[in-house]
Design a protein around this ligand. Structure first.
Ligand code: NAD
Length: 261
């Protein structure tokens, strides 16, 4: 019961690693607030967590709307008395979510805006609203941002996703950690390689020859939130089965196709 009496707020909590965080923190005694844009999936997710604890609520929240994010954090505080751990997990590559398969320069610029709003603005909005509440509480806290191997290696389609995740693993993370340190809040980033929240991720290569189980990522998140991680802040940790070391995998085949056109 490592997180007994702590309240954890998780965006993107209706699915994937967000939902698994909810279930895993609940098993360790935490009160759980799941925030997600999808009301039906959110209800189903809250029911799943209820199998572990009665202390769970769902907040329908679009992370790109600051008032909704603020109201979710306030609801968590009103319901459970504190906000101790916040995991802005909602995110995804804009090209996948919008079904866009064109090169970046052939995409409407609205695709980039969508990706930055969801992946970067959403995480910063959650961090801002959280730091305000944690400052008043005077009991410190932890924020875990979700990066991605794409923030390290990028990719030619989802430019907003690469931009956002890179920021959450570098400048944005460091700025938030510097702000947080003044009020006892640690801020770290967990940056996964391929994770089996979707079958397709099994096709992404890693040095270890497989994608991660979602629980492997959630275990690292929980370590960083626990007292064992008490001296770690402003750090981004890749958890990618060594994919970042596979420097020979990128072949610019598209360039040859372009020259032969
Ligand atoms: N799955 C992977 O292989 C992988 C790899 C690296 C990083 N990540 C990152 O980890 C995080 C979780 O990934 P996952 O695959 O578990 O997620 P997922 O796709 O299973 O779930 C994402 C959730 O976010 C919600 N969401 C989407 N837009 C939203 C919005 N505007 N407001 C609120 N909620 C919204 C969706 O409804 C969904 O429930 C993401 O930030 C992702 O970028 C995932």
């Amino acid at each position: 019961m490592e997180f007994a009496s702590k309240t954890v707020v998780i965006s993107g909590g209706a699915s994937g690693m967000g939902l698994l965080c909810g279930e895993s923190f609940a098993k360790e005694g935490a009160n759980v607030v799941l925030a997600d844009i999808n009301p039906d999936a959110l209800n189903a997710a809250a029911e799943k967590v209820k199998a572990v604890t009665e202390n769970v609520i769902g907040c329908v929240t679009d992370v790109t709307k600051y008032e909704q994010v603020e109201s979710c954090i306030n609801k968590a505080k009103e319901t459970f008395g504190s906000v101790d751990i916040v995991i802005p997990c909602a995110g995804g590559a804009e090209t996948r979510l919008l079904g866009v398969h064109d090169h970046f320069y052939d995409q409407p610029i609205s695709v980039f805006d969508f990706g930055v709003d969801l992946n970067l603005r959403g995480a910063v909005y959650f961090s801002h609203a959280t730091l305000r509440v944690m400052k008043e509480q005077r009991t410190g806290g932890v924020i875990i941002l979700l990066g991605s191997i794409t923030g390290e290696e990028a990719g030619k389609g989802a430019v907003a996703y690469a931009t956002s995740k890179s920021a959450l693993m570098n400048g944005t993370l460091k700025a938030l950690a510097q702000c947080g340190a003044e009020i006892g809040v640690r801020v770290n980033t967990v940056a996964p390689g391929p994770v089996l929240t979707r079958e397709a991720m099994a096709n992404m290569k890693t040095l270890m020859g497989r994608a991660a189980e979602p629980q492997e990522i959630v275990d690292l998140i929980m370590y960083l939130c626990s007292d064992k991680g008490s001296f770690i802040t402003g750090e981004s940790i890749l958890i990618d089965g060594g994919r970042h070391l596979m420097l020979d995998r990128k072949q610019p085949r598209w360039r040859k196709e372009y020259e032969n056109e």
